[in-house]
Design a protein. Structure first.
Length: 116
């Protein structure tokens, strides 16, 4: 499985970005897909996940971020609205293909910088 994340960039506080994660190499629809992030000097944290059409988000982004997937395009999206400087991080997409709770495949990360 190969994951290619894109869509990061520099945005002002209150702005929006949409991250994309293109999945290749195996079936797409059966995977649990997720987004994580890692801010400078901090541990990686869970942001959102989706299985089928059922998505969930962490409390820190609830109401501002939305995860979705397009099976025809083999792509998972993270729509990020009302961005805050604390959302600045490298965002990674990940796949749990065995439904084990372990995300064993990771993309390369895309940097999101939110200026105040």
């Amino acid at each position: 499985v190969q994951l290619q994340a894109s869509g990061g960039g520099l945005v002002q506080a209150g702005g929006s970005l949409r991250l994309s994660c293109l999945v290749s190499g195996r079936t797409f629809s059966g995977n649990v897909m997720a987004w994580f992030r890692q801010a400078p000097g901090k541990e990686r944290e869970f942001v959102a996940s989706i299985y089928g059409s059922a998505g969930k988000t962490s409390d820190s982004v609830k109401g501002r971020f939305t995860i979705s997937r397009d099976s025809a395009k083999r792509t998972v999206y993270l729509q990020m609205d009302s961005l805050k400087p604390v959302d600045t991080a490298v965002y990674y997409c990940a796949a749990d293909v065995a439904h084990s709770g372990q995300f064993t495949y990771w993309g390369q990360g895309t940097l999101v910088t939110v200026s105040s």
